[in-house]
Write a protein that binds this ligand. Structure first.
Ligand SMILES: [Zn+2]
Length: 111
């Protein structure tokens, strides 16, 4: 069950340790990815559906397992743990690696 309102400041996650491995079992849901992505895309990506290049399952972006302790944000398929989305942010640029996603279906609302 996804608690959308949990606060990440509940535990002393010390960033800047330089471990660099993204396989710890601490992860957040796709909203952690969709927030920064909304700076790039003018659509709500939490309701977008991405198809995993590894297992072929289509899931909403909001259901990705997002590892925020890796360099940048790493989104993994909730079924096979394949890396489907990767986003790295610098002050001037954002890199978006979608090589693990075959298609991204974005619902368009006319409001
Ligand atoms: Zn998968």
């Amino acid at each position: 069950m996804a608690d959308m309102n949990h606060h990440p400041d509940g535990h002393p996650a010390s960033h800047g340790h330089g471990h660099g491995h993204e396989d710890s079992d601490e992860y957040e849901d796709g909203n952690a990815m969709a927030g920064p992505l909304s700076e790039i895309f003018a659509v709500d990506l939490t309701s977008a559906h991405g198809r995993c290049a590894n297992c072929g399952i289509t899931e909403p972006v909001a259901r990705l397992r997002v590892y925020t302790r890796a360099p940048g944000l790493v989104g993994r398929c909730p079924h096979c743990a394949h890396v489907t989305l990767r986003m790295t942010r610098s002050p001037d640029n954002a890199w978006l690696d979608m090589s693990g996603t075959t298609t991204l279906r974005i619902p368009l609302t006319t409001t």
